[in-house]
Design a protein around this ligand. Structure first.
Ligand code: FRU
Length: 488
C-alpha cells in the first residue's frame, strides 16, 4: 500500500491533464459503478451543497484528485434534472486563497433568484500546520461561473480548531439566516455553534452554542450537522466522532439523528427522547446531507457518502475510493426517520430476470422481495457451491434482520464489525435491494431501515441463493451516471 507524503497529498491541481491518465486507468476498473456518483479520479468523501435551483439539482462532493487519500480537497460539481441521471460538470471550488489554502471543506447551498450560494469551510493552515477554519461563500451563477466572496468570519476563539461544515438555514418566521456549524469545545466535547445574520452574505454574528439537553457529552467533535424539518418534526442530523455505539464494532464514526423540537430563540434543540438513532445500519455511510424539497417544505432528500473516515477499501490500490448513496426521500413514521428510494428510480429497470432459469446475479440490478412470513436467508454473490456471499438473514423468532459480509472473499475494515443486526418488532415483509458493481443498498420494510455498504465481489462470486416463503423479482438496471472526464 502506497504511503503518501504531505507534499503529494496537498499537491495543487494545475491542469486537468495531470489526472487524465488516472481517469482512463480507473475507468477500466471492474468496480466502477453505473448509477452512483463516484469520483472522477482519486477520493470522494462528503456530499456537499445539495440543492434544487431553477429546474436543476446540484450536488457536489469533496474531492482529492490524486488517489485514495485525504489531502487537498476541492468541491467537484455534478448536476441532474431528475435525481437519477447525473452529469459531471468539473471542479467548482478550488482551494486557491489564503483562507482555504489546505482545502475547501464541506458545506451546503442556498438557492437565490439568480445564483446558488455555496457555504463551505476554508481549511487554512499556517506554515507550522496550525489550522484556522474560515466560513466562506461562493456565488455559483447560472452561467456556471463561481465567484468567491470575502470569508464571512474566521475561527471562533472559544472553541478548538475543529469548526467546520456550515449548513445554511433560512428561518422564514423571523426572517433570519443561520449557519449551523460542527465544533469541539475546549473541553473536547462535540457540539454545534450557530451564527446568524439578516443577510446571507454579510453581518454575520455569533449567536451561541446549540443546547441539546442530554447530549452534552456525546463524542468529541460533531461533523456535518444540520437541522431539517420533516413531517412536522425537527431533526438534528450529525456525525459524533470518537464514540462507540452498541452493535457497531470498533467503529468510532457514526451518522445519526435526534427527533425533537428546535427553538431558534433560545437555540435549544429538545430531543423527544434520549435515543440517538443511527441513520443507516450498513457498514459504509457518513456525512449525510439533505436538500430541501422545492414543492414541499416538510420533505427533504438525503444523500450520504458511502464510506467512512479512517477506513480503507479494495479500490485504494487502484487509486480511487468512495461513492455517494442513492438520494432518498425522508419522512417521519412512528417517530422514526424513514428513507425511501425515489420513485423515479423505477425508470432504470431494464430486463427482468427469470429466477427459474438462472441463479446468476447481475452486477447491476434491483431485487425486490415480498415475504409471506417466516425466516428468510439470502446469499448474494455466493460461490457456485453455495458458500460465501453477502448474507441477509431474517430470524422470525428473534424478529431481527442481519447483514453479514464476513463470507465475501474481499474483506475490509473488519474491525468495524462484519455483521450488523437490526430488530424488526413487526417482522420483515419487504426488501428492495439496489446493487451497483461495488455497492449494495438494502431498504427494509418500505424505508424502516437502510443498510448501505460497499462490497467487492470477485470473479467466482456471482450467484444468488434464496430460502424462505417469499416472491422475488429481479431486474437489470440501466446506466444513469456517465463516467466522463470533466475536470476544469
Ligand atoms: C467529514 C469531514 C468534514 C470535513 C470534510 C473534509 O467526512 O471530515 O468534517 O469538512 O470531511 O473533507
Amino acid at each position: 500500500m502506497k504511503t503518501w507524503t504531505k507534499e503529494e497529498r496537498y499537491r495543487v491541481l494545475k491542469s486537468a491533464e495531470e489526472v487524465r491518465d488516472l481517469h482512463e486507468r480507473i475507468s477500466q476498473s471492474d468496480y466502477r459503478q453505473q448509477y452512483h456518483i463516484q469520483p472522477v479520479t482519486g477520493l470522494l468523501n462528503d456530499p456537499n451543497g445539495f440543492v434544487y435551483h431553477d429546474g436543476v439539482w446540484h450536488l457536489f462532493y469533496q474531492w482529492c484528485p490524486w488517489g485514495a487519500v485525504h489531502g487537498l480537497k476541492y468541491w467537484y460539481h455534478t448536476v441532474s434534472k431528475d435525481l437519477v441521471t447525473w452529469k459531471n460538470m468539473g471542479v467548482c471550488i478550488r482551494p486557491d486563497t489564503e483562507y482555504d489554502n489546505k482545502g475547501a471543506y464541506s458545506g451546503s447551498a442556498l438557492p437565490t433568484a439568480d445564483a446558488v450560494r455555496l457555504y463551505y469551510t476554508g481549511n487554512h493552515r499556517d506554515e507550522d500546520w496550525t489550522r484556522r477554519p474560515y466560513t466562506c461563500v461562493v456565488n455559483l451563477k447560472d452561467d456556471g461561473t463561481a465567484e468567491k466572496l470575502p470569508p464571512l468570519f474566521g475561527p471562533n476563539p472559544d472553541y478548538t480548531e475543529h469548526q467546520r461544515d456550515p449548513k445554511i438555514i433560512y428561518n422564514e418566521e423571523n426572517g433570519t439566516y443561520y449557519l449551523v456549524i460542527g465544533a469541539q469545545t475546549k473541553e473536547k466535547k462535540g457540539c454545534v455553534i450557530i451564527y446568524r445574520s439578516d443577510s446571507p452574505t454579510k453581518d454575520w454574528t455569533f449567536a451561541g452554542q446549540l443546547k441539546v439537553p442530554g447530549f452534552e457529552d456525546f463524542g468529541d467533535m460533531w461533523e456535518c450537522p444540520s437541522i431539517e424539518t420533516i413531517s412536522g418534526y425537527d431533526v438534528l442530523i450529525f456525525c459524533p466522532q470518537h464514540l462507540k455505539l452498541p452493535g457497531r464494532g470498533e467503529s468510532v464514526h457514526h451518522n445519526g439523528y435526534l427527533l425533537g423540537h428546535m427553538d431558534w430563540d433560545t437555540l435549544t434543540f429538545t430531543p423527544d427522547n434520549t435515543r440517538f438513532h443511527v441513520l443507516d445500519f450498513g457498514f459504509d455511510s457518513y456525512a449525510a446531507e439533505c436538500a430541501a424539497n422545492p414543492n414541499d417544505r416538510n420533505k427533504a432528500t438525503l444523500v450520504a457518502w458511502m464510506g467512512l473516515p479512517d477506513a480503507s477499501y479494495p479500490t485504494d490500490e487502484e487509486d480511487w475510493s468512495g461513492c455517494l448513496t442513492l438520494p432518498r426521500e425522508l419522512r417521519v413514521r412512528d417517530r422514526r426517520l424513514i428513507q425511501q428510494p425515489l420513485d423515479v428510480l423505477r425508470a432504470l429497470r431494464g430486463m427482468k430476470i427469470d429466477l427459474e432459469a438462472t441463479d446468476l446475479l447481475p452486477r447491476v440490478c434491483e431485487l425486490e422481495l415480498i415475504s409471506r412470513g417466516g425466516d428468510l436467508n439470502l446469499k448474494l454473490f455466493a460461490k457456485a457451491d453455495g458458500s460465501g456471499g453477502l448474507r441477509i438473514d431474517y430470524d422470525d423468532t428473534e424478529k431481527t434482520v442481519t447483514v453479514d459480509r464476513s463470507q465475501m472473499v474481499r474483506r475490509f475494515n473488519t474491525e468495524q464489525g462484519e455483521a450488523r443486526v437490526r430488530p424488526l418488532p413487526k417482522g420483515l415483509f419487504h426488501l428492495r435491494i439496489f446493487i451497483d458493481r461495488s455497492s449494495i443498498e438494502i431498504f427494509v420494510n418500505d424505508g424502516d431501515a437502510v443498510f448501505s455498504s460497499r462490497i467487492f465481489p470477485t470473479a467466482g462470486e456471482k450467484r444468488l441463493f434464496a430460502h424462505g416463503d417469499a416472491s422475488i423479482h429481479l431486474w437489470e438496471l440501466e446506466r444513469a451516471v456517465v463516467d466522463d472526464f470533466a475536470v476544469e
